[in-house]
Design a binder for this molecule. Structure first.
Ligand code: SAT
Ligand code: MN
Length: 595
């Protein structure tokens, strides 16, 4: 077979994979509009993509009901020593894992085309960017990668010129026998799914799933798990963070990077429209930040992605108008409901519920139906460039200088709206002990409290204790140019179970306080957990919240924090002697402050 590729390593790898997986065909992607259109047309003809009458060039896909989210239990960090993967990652020895997976890959692309997708994470040619090549037998993956990454002939030219790349092998794990009819979302059963990373070799092998982060390997696999391991070796940071630019009425710019677990509102915050007059927010990224110290000694961030793979349910003109405007055309929707007039719908969208729709499983749905119309982890894939508030500098190769880091999660109790760390080391402690109620972004129980340090539990490509140390080291290196660190919780509820804080555009009040803290202008009061806004320091102009609710929102209850301590201790004990001493000391000091 003639493979139009000049890069020796790539050509050899394509040959090797083709010999193993035995596809009917090999197709090398160029990322063009024509390529996208022809793939979508084929998917439409077979009924796999459903064109939407109401949105130009937009399509609905329905996945298999077993393949609807990331599979953390089937995700592996395969380092030679188990110790190096750490207690938060699943581990199988590289030799053994490769043996299992090679067995699965053998003949797995029979009856299918093998697509070779050259892509760049980050602007093509930027010094911070990385090149990946995904081999996949899923046309759905190809069209999604077109949006989520930069697939182009430019990347292939760099490869032809000898550029190195990260190999990302993906198969849905569903070979077709001669004459066998294909299903609309072929995939392998859960026990045969493997999402594997070999950080020592910068190599990714994924098998059995076609969904999201399991299959679009540039995202969580490359840009977080492999990149985090590279970043530690090379002295930079790959984080599960949105990036935004906030501009004050006086025209001063602040850049904020915020880490929340999946499905906790990163996309909403990244595109937030401030309710405070004169303040402006622009989006740079909604999920991943790659950060390096610049010549000015500050931390500069780029968004390695090219699109948004956002949670659909709950997205509306009320919660995220800029996302809604991003979704008008050129969008791939997955597991949303289909309305009778040829549009998509999901729970929480503006306006009335449709009186009839087709649900994400393809069945009739009415408001009387028992299940949801859209799956709770239904997603949109949309080009970032379509976002009305995408920042003019979002593709700047050198990135934007970060002023503020935010950690947080979903906590219906205990954690107040906002507080600031006393210093970097304390901020790392806040990140390391962050906890959140679990969501539908992973296959598993929803609503359980889990420690999710830096929102990186499912995405850290090495030992989490070493990752904490890397954060401390970065702080030492950045010194007084380090970003300030804050913790937020938009999700605290009253005893009656009602959200105490309106969130969304009102979050600008919290961000404003942070900016004023950076400028040394806002007052704070010291509490055992950190620095809370002093009375009157949070700008509440034009927003009414009762005094009681406000007090509850900001309350630091020593008793309930003391009750958290055993869980924090247990969490820290998992990291053994790889837990930095500075963090165990932080915990001891915290206990003292609570007394
Ligand atoms: O499925 S993804 O991993 O891409 C989305 C998420 O969980 O954040
Ligand atoms: Mn994410």
């Amino acid at each position: 077979m003639n493979i139009p590729v000049k890069n020796d390593k790539l050509r050899a790898w394509i040959r090797e994979v083709a010999d193993l997986c035995q596809p009917d065909d090999i197709y090398v992607c160029n990322g063009s509009q024509e390529e996208y259109t022809s793939m979508i047309m084929k998917l439409t003809e077979t009924g796999i993509a459903i064109p939407l009458k109401k949105r130009r060039n937009s399509y609905l896909f329905r996945s298999d009901p077993s393949d609807v989210a990331r599979v953390e239990d089937r995700t592996y960090i395969s380092t030679p020593s188990r110790d190096d993967a750490g207690p938060t990652n699943h581990w199988i020895a590289p030799g053994e894992l490769k043996k299992i997976m090679t067995g699965l890959y053998r003949g797995c692309m029979k009856g299918r085309t093998m697509y070779v997708i050259p892509f760049s994470m980050g602007p093509v040619g930027s010094p911070i960017s990385k090149i990946g090549v995904e081999i996949s037998d899923s046309p759905y993956v190809v069209v999604n990668m077109h949006i989520m990454t930069r697939v182009s002939t430019g990347v292939m030219e760099m490869l032809d010129g000898g550029a190195d790349f990260i190999p990302c092998l993906h198969s849905i794990g569903a070979p077709l026998e001669q004459g066998q009819k294909d299903s609309s979302w072929p995939c392998a059963p859960l026990e045969k799914k493997y999402i594997s990373h070999f950080p020592e070799e910068n190599l990714i092998w994924s098998y059995g799933s076609g969904y999201g982060g399991n299959a679009l390997l540039g995202k969580k696999c490359l840009a977080l798990r492999i990149a985090s391991a590279m970043a530690r070796r090379e002295g930079w940071m790959a984080e599960h963070m949105l990036i935004l630019r906030l501009t004050s009425p006086e025209g001063k710019q602040y850049h904020i990077a915020a880490a929340f677990p999946s499905a906790c509102g990163k996309t909403n915050l990244a595109m937030m429209q401030p309710s405070l007059p004169g303040w402006k927010c622009e989006c740079i990224g909604d999920d991943i930040a790659w950060m390096k110290a610049g010549p000015d000694g500050r931390l500069h961030a780029i968004n390695p992605e090219n699109g948004f793979f956002g949670v659909a349910p709950g997205t509306s003109y009320k919660t995220n108008p800029m996302a809604m405007d991003t979704l008008k055309e050129n969008v791939i929707f997955t597991n949303c409901a289909l309305t009778d007039d040829g549009d998509i719908w999901w729970e929480g969208m503006d306006g009335d519920e449709p009186s009839h729709a087709i649900d994400w499983k393809g069945r009739d749905w009415t408001p009387q139906s028992t299940g949801e119309a859209a799956h709770p982890n239904a997603r949109f894939t949309a080009p970032a460039s379509q976002c009305p508030v995408i920042c003019g500098d979002w593709e700047k190769p050198e990135g934007v200088p970060i002023d503020i880091f935010i950690f947080g999660g979903r906590r219906s109790t205990v954690v107040p709206l906002v507080y600031e760390a006393f210093n970097w080391e304390h901020g790392v402690f806040l990140g390391a002990t962050a906890a959140s109620e679990t969501t539908a972004a992973n296959i598993g129980a929803v609503g359980n409290l889990r420690r999710d340090p830096f929102a990186m539990t499912p995405f850290c490509g090495y030992h989490m204790g070493d990752y904490f140390q890397h954060w401390l080291d970065m702080g030492d290196r950045l010194g007084d140019r380090s970003p300030r660190i804050f913790y937020v919780n938009w999700f605290r509820k009253s005893d009656e179970g009602k959200f105490l804080w309106p969130g969304f555009s009102e979050n600008s009040r919290v961000l404003k306080w942070m900016c004023e803290r950076v400028d040394g202008r806002a007052r704070a009061q010291e509490t055992p957990i950190g620095l809370l806004p002093a009375k009157g320091a949070l700008d509440m102009t034009g927003l009414y919240i009762s005094a009681d609710d406000m007090e509850e929102l900001m309350r630091v209850d020593r008793q309930s924090w003391t009750e958290e301590i055993p869980d924090m201790e247990q969490h820290f004990s998992r990291f053994g002697d790889r837990l930095p001493v500075r963090l165990s000391r932080q915990l001891e000091e915290f206990k003292k402050r609570l007394k």
